[in-house]
Design a binder for this molecule. Sequence first.
Ligand code: ZN
Length: 346
Amino acid sequence: MPAVPASRTLLGALGATLVAATSAAALPVVAIDAGHGGSDSGAIGALAPEVVTGLEPRFNVFLQPVLLEKDVNLDVANRLNAWLAARGFPTLMTRSTDNAGGDVPYTSEGADLKARTDAANAALAEIFVSIHQNSSRTGASGTETYVRSSAPEVTHLLAAGVQRTLVACLGLPDRGVKERSFYVLRNTAMPAILVEGAFLSNEVDVGMLASPDVRQRMAEAIGGAIFQYAGLGDPGPICSGVGVAPPPVPKKIVLTRAGRKLTQRAGINPKRGDLWIATVRDASGAPMSSIPVRARLPNGKGVNTTSRPDGKALLAVPRRKGRVVVAVAMPGIKVAARAKVPARRR
Ligand SMILES: [Zn+2]
């Protein structure tokens, strides 16, 4: 056990009182750094066809479903941000969208990383946590946390705490705290660590990372360790993933041809085509919004669209004899509907 600085010990001793009494101002500012983003996807993991990730569906050039490190990192970062904010920690996200650091389009790795550390330094953050997932050609599995070798003792303490809770919550092999002078670790003016939660290149690990429940556990593990590091004592249950409902899965598409009036109202020339409505529903029959949908029209053309908040995806279907086929465009989901399109009457 490394030496604990006096201030932290004192805080620790007062932990129980502090939880109730501390104002946000007294808690350390935590910079949360979701690694990669934008055109830098980070590591790429292969997904089994049936897996529902709760993240934006991604595919490789062979149209096989994949899990991108940047998406996993941002999701864990968002969950960590929510966990810490709920406990009064002031936080800073170095990116909160699918972009480079500072939420600007990706230009170069140097600019990306500098934007991240600049933001944390400017905000006088007191803790910097960079969230990454690993990759290896050796089939490795497990969790590791990085710290700069020349970092002060408190930083090593933070790294050890985060590594411990991550291993406890994920149950993957403990690859330990490692020393490396990563850019974000050497250009930050506060205790900074970089976690590699699990391996996208490993079949078991990637299956875990695909689960929203596991990503919640990862966030709570990091949050719980930061809570303890801040001298607040027992963070309570941190490996639960409780409160995270599994994402609903599309079960049905209902395809209907709308009336001529609706066609005109949707801006479609009734001489050229008809409005068709594909409604996406889950197992309980509730309409599902933001579901990517792919349609094949009677003229052979393909159309990609997304269901609206009322579950409806609108399609302009040429009035030409043939078939219209609509399918949910999510990995592992085989939900489709088809209908005959009658010939145009002259
Ligand atoms: Zn990474």
